[in-house]
Each structure stands twice: as C-alpha cells, then as structure tokens.
Write a new protein. Structure first.
Length: 280
C-alpha cells in the first residue's frame, strides 16, 4: 500500500472512527463504548512530568527496540465511565505527514486539545496514537499505544463553575421524570425541564455527565450546586431541604427518604413542594 494513502487512511480512522464529528465546540459529548485495541509493544507513550493540564500535555513517544517505526499527528482522547472506555465526540483536524521514530529513539509531542475537545472536566482519560511498522516493502502493520491520565479539580474553588436549565417548547403534565440514578440516589427533572447543564470555563456538560465522570460522590456534586443556591426551607426535622435561585430560575428539593435513599427533585423557580414528593 502506498505510504501516503496509508497515512491518510489512518487519519480518517482516528478522526471518524474514534472521535466522531457531531458535537459542538462547547459541549462535552461522551460517545459509545470504545472498541479501540491497545497493543503491548516496544513502543510506549507517556506524559512528560509537569506538563499535564486540562487543555493539553507534552507526550513522550519512546521506541525501545532496534526497529524503525512511523507515526502521524492524529490522536484521540477517550474517557473511562463505569469501568469502560468511551469515545469523546469531537471535531478534529490534522495535517497528514508521516513522522519517523527510529530505533531506541524518543520524541516529544506537544498537544493542545482545547480547540477540539475543549477544557476537560474531572475524570480518567487516555490518549491514543497509531504506530506503523513496515513489515515488508510497501506492507505496513498498524497498532495503537496509549497513556492514561487523570484530571482533578476542586470545582468549589473555581469562579467559572456555574449551571443553568433549559426548557422544552412543549412539555407534558408529568410532574417528574427520572433523570439519573447512582449509589441509591435518584435525580428527577420536572416535566418543564429539558436539561440541566454545568458550566465550567468554556465548556457545558450535562448534570448526569458531571456526576458520572467527576471524582466525587453524588452528594459532593449536588453540594457544589446547592452552595450557589439559597436554602429557603428545611422540613420534616431536616429530612427535606428546599433550595432556590430566582436569577437562575431553579428550584432543588433534597429528600432523604424512609428507605435511606436520597431523591433530588429539580424544577424551575416556581416549583412548589408537595408533601408527597419525598414519600418514596
């Protein structure tokens, strides 16, 4: 296979197969479970100490063999969710030249993924790169190498942490719809709420994505939100807390149920508490 054609095909696989092309610049869009295979080989990928941020890193690609390899500029970032790797849908553009990694050589690769993936929220990620080996003249074998990393951030200390709700044009009469459940905690959105978004820096992610990928419990994640709301009422000896913000048009009712579970009800500012809301 012609080398130039091979590199173009690899680039297309990395862009279309791994990342997808359907998300907008400011949405963190977790895709399907990844089917990318990572090889144990003489080529390793690592992150240079002190270079990792939530917007980029410097990679070190190391050839521990006496063979010569080739690689390109394309890469992909995946996120670990519920113990499985998932694609992150993003719009990425790469230039196509093939680069050489000679025997026993290391190369540094500077990445800035803000324009494609944006500023990464808390979570466990991996960066994937494809490596090519010419087995015979004109015949190439391709394999993937990866490096895992963790993004941690105290959202309570960030002035950029915020949130908002969106509403559908038409909504049903259903009072609450189940939205997200984990660790015996359930979140319900009122019928007139379409989605709940977390804003951090230049990125908007859904509440369920924020709670499922961040290194925190649901209690901690919800506390980050209620810290920016006003506690209006405490009922049933402290078992029910009602938080509101008129400016954000948000109400949040925290119910500690009789089954030792916690139900969290989210609506707009006009939402009123019904004594049956927390009897689950």
């Amino acid at each position: 296979m012609n080398k130039k054609v091979l590199i173009i095909l690899i680039c297309m696989i990395m862009i279309l197969g791994v990342t997808g092309c359907k998300n907008s610049k400011n949405k963190f869009d977790i895709g399907n479970v990844s089917d990318v295979k990572i090889s144990q080989s003489d080529v390793t990928l690592s992150i240079k100490e002190g270079t990792l941020t939530n917007e980029g890193a410097t990679l070190i690609l190391t050839n521990n063999s006496d063979k010569n390899y080739q690689y390109g500029y394309p890469y992909a970032i995946e996120i670990k969710k519920d113990g499985k790797w998932h694609y992150i849908n993003a719009q990425l553009d790469f230039i196509l030249p093939a680069l050489h990694l000679l025997a026993n050589e290391s190369k540094e690769i500077e990445l800035n993924w803000k324009s494609g993936y944006g500023t990464l929220p808390e979570g466990t990620y991996r960066i994937i790169k494809s490596i090519d080996y010419e087995k015979e003249e004109g015949q190439y074998e391709t394999f993937n190498v990866a490096v895992e990393f963790t993004i941690k951030k105290d959202l309570n200390s960030s002035d950029d942490f915020d949130f908002y709700i969106t509403k559908p044009q038409i909504h049903t009469d259903i009072r609450y719809n189940e939205y997200y459940t984990s660790d015996n905690n359930s979140i319900y959105l009122a019928g007139n709420i379409k989605e709940f978004y977390i804003k951090e820096n230049d990125k908007d992610i859904t509440l369920k994505t924020y709670l499922s990928t961040a290194f925190q419990t649901i209690d901690d994640g919800i506390k980050n939100i209620t810290n920016k709301l006003e506690l209006k009422e405490t009922l049933q000896d402290g078992e029910v807390q009602i938080y509101k913000s008129k400016n954000k048009d948000i109400s949040m009712i925290i119910c500690n149920t009789t089954k030792n579970n916690k139900n969290i009800l989210v609506g707009d500012y006009s939402m009123k508490y019904n004594e049956n809301d927390c009897k689950n």
